[in-house]
Design a protein around this ligand. Sequence first.
Ligand SMILES: NC(=O)c1ccc[n+]([C@@H]2O[C@H](COP(=O)([O-])OP(=O)(O)OC[C@H]3O[C@@H](n4cnc5c(N)ncnc54)[C@H](OP(=O)(O)O)[C@@H]3O)[C@@H](O)[C@H]2O)c1
Length: 246
Amino acid sequence: MGGKKILVTGGSRGIGRATVLALAHSGAHVAFTYSSNETAAAEVLSVAAKAPGRVIAVRASVEDYDRTKKVLADVQAEIGDLDGLVLNAGITRDGMLAMMSEENWDDVIATNLKGMFNYVRAAIYGMIRQRAGRVVCVSSVSGGRIGVVGQTSYGATKAAQIGFVKSLSKEVAPYGITVNAVAPGFIETDIWQSIPESKRAGILKSIPQGRLGQPEEVAAAIRFLLSEDASYITGSVLTIDGGLSS
Ligand SMILES: NC(=O)c1ccc[n+]([C@@H]2O[C@H](COP(=O)([O-])OP(=O)(O)OC[C@H]3O[C@@H](n4cnc5c(N)ncnc54)[C@H](OP(=O)(O)O)[C@@H]3O)[C@@H](O)[C@H]2O)c1
């Protein structure tokens, strides 16, 4: 990944954080966005300081298209034209549909789905002009492969992300751009902490490998899909779930 320029949305915590660090340690120059947690973003910058790749952080919510265009322009001025884009920022607002508020539904759609549109829409012309590029979306087995109680909104966005990836991959394949998704199972991040304690043992029992995945295990797959080694892979979904959905 030496010298490659990559933008990761939601890079201050969890899977995004691990991806930023994996890329920077491979020599890539990485810009990451985050929504509000300044302390977490500063921690990533400090850990990444020793990496060979340069890392910069930008506070910006993915829901805002005008802000996204400005972020892309600033990042390109700072690290250069993008070789890769990782659509990672995502939220859950879990709850039974019968009790779900319109606001919670709208929040999940805005961050997970509109946020993905915003970043791809703002970055894809540059990649088309370059006749090269890599787009990786962090979807989920929830919605992407299986249903999960309480995750109608989240699952709907994660299934939609896969549809988006498959269509876009065909639109941009003639320009040397690949578009893929990863579908993680249960990964040990703050999202896991938001799952009620009472449900965690049952979830662990349903995972054939008997453990949660680590953010670094997802980051390794994302880095692979961004690399030259994945040059003939496009429109694919790589499942990383310890056997959960198999
Ligand atoms: N953890 C899992 O088990 C799991 C499984 C499958 C898929 N995934 C997917 O993996 C991705 C990352 O999940 P995670 O567990 O690593 O999440 P996480 O630990 O909660 O981290 C979320 C990251 O996204 C950022 N973010 C949240 N809302 C944002 C917004 N509106 N605009 C910009 N950035 C925003 C956060 O920034 P702040 O720090 O500022 O809040 C943070 O950097 C998500 O798309 C999720 O759906 C996770």
